[in-house]
Ligand binder design. Structure first.
Ligand code: AMP
Ligand code: GLY
Length: 407
């Protein structure tokens, strides 16, 4: 496993629980992954170093968690030494690495998405802002750890963000609830996971700036029947086919971020990897051992059949003081060794204490027979974990529990 976030900890926990997995290494990892996997330091963006580590470990499968190494072509370097890799090639990861590239693929594949303009000059930026009007949606073309997008009614703020980017995508505002649908693919077949919902804004009631994600839940009780099948047919399959047609097949996890608008579902973004924090809730509900599923995506063949628990899951992210600005680090965390606590920005201090070392420090996952029960379990567990100065949202999954999400 390559990575050090909550997604990687959640993936490690599922892999460790798979009887077919005989040994697990996570590099560089965090204080949570250290408890279930051999920990090694590595520069995640250095393909040769990752490949050498995989060879040394005699790995049967390398799972690359985050987008940055994927976009840097680390999967290619590992594949080149003959080791199976879960995660797309650098060329295919451009679906996440460049928003302009993703828009181009969507246009070619006929995938429904927001109308958009790619701009590099102030004149182009101003023309696009005025063409679409408020609320303005301004996206840095490149990777920005979930913080490259500004959605605002303030034209001056939109213009300033756009001018701070080398290349920027300005697009039509999409209204309606958001859905994250993860689709595993071997580059040919598409295997959808459960749909989930993420909470991108830092504060309750979606106030404040965008973050990497402050909480999530699954499944979505308000989704119409047939929704997932429709998205597989209208988004995932055409995209996978278009990538294959271009000679850069996409194998790995296609993360489809959608807005369910009055005119139907529209793609908000593609990512080339498991989402965080949605992974925490999706994997909490997956009954099928994970290693064989990821191995199928890496090498192809007959797609596995997935089995899901008949339950709900909710996860609440605890972020450091200052996040999503400059996070404070070094705070001692207590209660983080409990079942359901997934580590992200944590590390083990020399004296054995678990201390914060990132913006999103950990996430706390609860499951239950109903969404309300899962939500109660998540918040009850969150109350037993202490991060000095930390903050979390208090309304994760609340509107869904109250039946207030309508399409
Ligand atoms: P992205 O990184 O493209 O997913 O954007 C981050 C967040 O910004 C999304 O999850 C949405 O909440 C919001 N967003 C992005 N694009 C749009 C859009 N066209 N209309 C409304 N909100 C958007
Ligand atoms: N939860 C949003 C992301 O992983 O990009």
């Amino acid at each position: 496993m390559i990575g050090s976030g909550a997604r990687e900890h959640a993936l490690c926990l599922s892999l460790a629980a798979d009887p077919s997995v005989t040994a697990l290494m996570c590099a560089p990892g965090n204080a949570g992954t250290a408890a279930v996997a051999e920990q090694r330091g590595v520069d995640q963006l250095d393909g040769a170093a990752v490949a050498a580590l995989a060879q040394e470990f005699d790995a049967g499968l390398v799972v690359i968690g985050p987008e940055a190494p994927l976009v840097a072509g680390v999967a290619d370097a590992v594949r080149a030494v003959g080791i199976a890799v879960f995660g797309p090639s650098g060329a295919a990861a451009q679906l996440e690495g460049s928003k302009a590239f993703a828009k181009d693929v969507m246009a070619a594949a006929g995938v429904p998405t927001a109308a958009a303009r790619v701009c590099t000059t102030t004149a182009e930026i101003e023309a696009a802002l005025d063409e679409f009007g408020a609320p303005y949606v301004v996206k840095d073309d490149g990777l920005a750890a979930g913080k490259g997008v500004v959605v605002t009614d303030d034209r001056a703020e939109a213009l300033a963000h756009a001018q701070a980017c080398d290349r920027v995508v300005i697009e039509e505002f999409l209204d309606g609830p958001e859905v994250s649908l993860f689709c595993l693919t071997d580059g040919v077949a598409v295997l959808p996971l459960l749909a989930a919902q993420d909470f991108k804004r830092v504060g309750d009631d979606d106030a404040g700036p965008n973050t990497g994600g402050m909480g999530a839940y699954a499944p979505l009780p308000w989704l119409p029947a047939g929704f997932v099948e429709e998205i597989v047919a209208t988004v995932a399959v055409p995209t996978v086919e278009e990538m294959a047609r271009r000679g850069t097949p996409f194998a790995g996890l296609l993360y489809i971020g959608l807005a369910v608008t009055s005119r139907g579902p529209r793609v908000v973004e593609f990512n080339a990897r498991f989402g965080d924090p949605e992974t925490q809730v999706v994997l909490a509900l997956l009954d099928t051992p994970l290693a064989s599923v990821l191995h199928w995506s890496a090498v192809g063949g007959v797609p596995p059949v997935l089995h899901w628990r008949d339950a709900s899951a909710v996860t609440v992210v605890r972020a450091a003081a200052g996040y999503p600005g400059t996070p404070r680090s070094g705070d001692v965390i207590t209660g983080s060794d409990q079942h359901g606590v997934i580590h992200a920005g944590t590390r083990l201090r020399d004296d054995g204490a678990v201390v914060s070392s990132g913006g999103r420090v950990l996430s706390v996952t609860g499951t239950g027979p109903t969404l309300a029960a899962a939500r109660d379990a998540a918040y009850a567990l969150a109350a037993t974990v202490d991060l000095p100065g930390g903050h979390q949202r208090s309304d994760i999954a609340l509107r869904a529990v109250q039946g207030q999400i309508v399409i």
